[in-house]
Design a binder for this molecule. Structure first.
Ligand code: ASP
Length: 395
């Protein structure tokens, strides 16, 4: 932690959060728990049509309230310094980490050749290595999630970024989300058509706006505003097309179906600081209706992270995941029923979701990993600090 002030020491982020201006409390949590009031500053951002710019004039608090907050902040300062010293004496990292990724669930994986299996495994291994390196060097779970998913988005093998499925109109609409278990913050985009790496735009929604989910034209406009960021690149919609996806679409159109869902990608990470993060990115279902949004950009459905429980990323027919809040469901089973990570993922896969719908990957703060599915296969890979590696496609 960079600062001695954390959200848990600051009243602005706890009991009286609702009584202070929104921009103050939001800034508190978006800055990883640093309390602007404790630092004696006025909020430095105010909301301006979704984006943020430096506040023109200080936002005012009622007098009695501000005096009370002033005292609280003195208390925060003293407690923060005390605890900050204690924290400084603790080892900065646990040495324990875990990372898991998926590349989609479905029976499509049954029909691929041995050669294609090898290619799949190689792609999963390459992406996993990017995340592993970040956390092994003491980096942040959220950075590992974003960078790992960018690799999977750039790989035409997966249904995310390049290689995204075709919708019923013969174009591509992409969804992605991230969630940071250390702050409870999340960001998502849905229905984007020109953003090369939607996962990075989702992260910017989390860090640069007061919102959680931006869709369609609004999300593209936000990408325009973020164009100076090197991680935001725009591409023509045809960039996402591959021959394989076109053939799949032709088949699905003939069958008048929208169910194939090979290759959505996701990543969950527990870093050496004990922080959890999750992300998911997809082109959705082949031949989906225009405007259809699945579970992948919905926090609690396709993606969820909470340091107190787990980080989860889902893949499968999104409508089931949305209706059953699957990602949050896993966390809730751990928090309220005391289930272990693996018991919780098994429960949602076997008891909550119908058979042959999809899978979930999850990690907890102890570095445990669970990867469960009820389809005949799920492309998946994981590694932890003990060096245990898993790279599998089938059961
Ligand atoms: N869950 C994604 C969706 O419904 C698809 C998938 O995971 O394959 O959009």
């Amino acid at each position: 932690m960079n600062s001695i002030f954390s959200a848990r020491h600051c009243p602005a982020s706890k009991g009286i959060r609702g009584s202070i201006p929104r921009s103050v409390s939001d800034e508190t949590s978006e800055r990883g728990g640093v309390c602007p009031l404790a630092l004696g500053r006025q909020p430095i951002f105010e909301e301006t049509g979704g984006l943020r710019r430096p506040a023109q004039k200080p936002l005012t608090l009622p007098r009695a309230g501000s005096r009370l907050l002033g005292w609280w902040c003195v208390v925060c300062l003293v407690m923060g310094r005390t605890l900050g010293t204690a924290e400084a004496q603790q080892p900065p990292v646990s040495g324990r980490f875990a990372i898991a990724i998926h590349g989609g669930a479905g029976d499509e994986l049954d029909n691929i050749t041995e050669e294609e299996r090898k290619v799949h495994r190689k792609s999963l291994a390459a992406a996993l290595e990017v995340g592993r390196k970040i956390v092994a060097e003491g980096g942040k779970a959220m950075d590992a999630v974003e960078q790992t998913i960018r690799v999977l988005e750039d790989d035409p093998l997966f249904n995310a970024g390049r290689g995204a499925v075709f919708n019923a109109a013969g174009t591509h609409e992409l969804d992605a989300s991230v969630m940071d278990g250390s702050t409870g913050q999340g960001g998502a985009v849905a229905g984007v058509t020109t953003v090369k790496n939607p996962i990075s735009l989702a992260r910017l929604v989390m860090t640069e706006t007061p919102h959680v989910l931006l869709t369609g034209a609004g999300a593209e406009k936000f990408a325009d505003a973020m164009r100076d960021r090197k991680q935001i690149e725009r591409v023509p919609n045809t960039y996402f097309s591959t021959e394989l996806r076109r053939l799949e679409w032709e088949k699905e159109k003939k069958a008048q179906a929208a169910k194939s869902h090979r290759g959505t990608v996701g990543c969950v990470v527990c870093d050496q600081h004990g922080n959890l993060a999750a992300g998911t990115s997809t082109g959705g279902l082949t031949n989906k209706m225009m405007g259809r949004v699945g579970d992948s950009p919905i926090l609690g459905a396709g993606t969820y992270a909470n340091n107190a429980t787990c980080a989860v990323s889902c893949t499968g027919t999104g409508e089931y995941y949305i209706r059953n809040s699957i990602a949050f469901h896993v966390s809730a089973l751990m928090a309220y029923k005391g289930l272990s990570l693996d018991d919780a993922t098994q429960h949602v896969i076997q008891k909550v979701l119908p058979n042959d719908i999809g899978g979930v990957i999850a990690v907890d703060g102890m570095g445990n990993i669970s990867m469960r599915f009820n389809t005949s296969g799920m492309a998946r890979a994981s590694i932890d600090s003990s060096g245990k590696v898993v790279i599998e496609l089938g059961k």
